[in-house]
Ligand binder design. Structure first.
Ligand code: UDP
Ligand code: MG
Length: 314
């Protein structure tokens, strides 16, 4: 019998230094999954952890054939780790879930039942984020508003990676070759029959979040640049407006000089104009740089992740 083809559900758990969360994680996951009476696999992607995460995972894997491990060759980041998981997942449905249990495992049941109803994507929407600072809540709220406005693809607000996807959605995701994996955007770009489930996000079980503000900022820029080209385009309109105003002001100066002769004052307006336009030009150059840098990343066609070894797969 081909074991691969009767897996109903694949769980993807990216793990980066999560040794203290694993016991509770597997306890909760198996509890929920066993109550569903389905065939499942839990694929843990060790994303170059520096603690004993891998050893602990191997131990679990040896005693439980439902637990499988992909050990990446180094730390590639969560988005790459999830991509690796998607490539290995055999289930009819797939759910990525954080190892720190910030996404309540109980939701898996609701996801599953929605899938049985015929939905291809069931995504969790956070209505509350416990244990996160108001700055993080605020910034992420406005980020999702902003990107929702400028993105070519609508990206649902307050939605993380925690969701169920049908295998056909996974296949669609795999067709996207981009190196820069802004998963939330990719997830909604593919379309299909989607529905939402609302939940409140728990504080981290143990350890601390790897996403500091600098990383979040870069993450935000990744999201914006891969799903919108508006930042590239606004400058031509801005330039048009500025040139138009410049033309009016220039005509005014010429006429005034013709009427009342040459005047010396004007230092303030000159320096303000130079500084302002200089600043705008630098910003524009920077934005061009952001996009060009990403084009450079993409054309190199490097693999998104590298696997050192796997455990528990056939
Ligand atoms: N993670 C990962 N690689 C990384 C950073 C994080 O695989 O480089 C995993 C981490 O183990 C966890 C999930 O991604 O399972 C979410 O990470 P974290 O809790 O730090 O992020 P937050 O909840 O603050 O968004
Ligand atoms: Mg977390």
């Amino acid at each position: 019998m081909d074991n691969d083809n009767n897996i109903d559900l694949s769980l993807l758990v990216p793990c980066y230094n999560e040794q203290d969360n694993l016991d509770y994680l597997f306890h909760k996951l198996t509890e929920v999954l066993d109550s569903l009476n389905i065939v499942y696999e839990i694929i843990c992607i060790n994303d170059g952890s520096k603690d004993n995460t891998l050893l602990k995972l191997i131990e679990y894997c040896m005693h439980n054939s439902d637990i499988k491990i992909i050990n990446l060759s180094r730390n590639f980041g969560k988005e790459a780790a999830m991509t690796a998981g998607l490539d290995y997942a055999k289930g009819k449905a797939v759910i990525p879930i954080d190892a720190d249990l910030q996404d309540p495992p109980e939701l898996i049941k609701q996801f599953w039942f929605k899938w049985l109803e015929g939905y291809d994507v069931v995504y969790g929407v956070r209505i509350d984020r416990k244990g996160e600072s108001w700055i993080k809540k605020m910034t992420s709220k406005y980020f999702y508003r902003f990107i929702g406005k400028i993105s070519d693809t609508p990206i649902p607000e307050d939605t993380g990676d925690y969701r169920l996807m049908d295998q056909k959605v996974v296949q669609a995701l795999k067709q996207m070759p981009e190196r820069n994996r802004f998963m939330k955007g990719l997830f909604s770009w593919v379309g299909y029959k989607q529905t939402a489930i609302y939940f409140s996000r728990e504080p981290r079980q143990s350890g601390k979040s790897r996403f500091n503000y600098w990383k979040l900022w870069n993450f935000a820029i990744d999201g914006i640049t891969s799903f919108s080209s508006i930042p590239l385009k606004i400058w031509s309109y801005f330039g048009l407006i500025v040139s138009f105003l410049g033309l009016i002001y220039g005509s005014f100066l010429i006429i005034r000089t013709l009427i009342s002769g040459v005047e010396v004052p004007g230092y303030a307006s000159t320096i303000v104009t130079i500084l302002f336009l200089g600043g705008i030009q630098l910003i524009t150059l920077g934005i061009l740089g952001e996009y060009t840098g990403r084009i450079y990343q993409e054309v190199k066609q490097r693999p998104i992740y590298l696997v050192q070894e796997t455990y528990g797969f056939e």
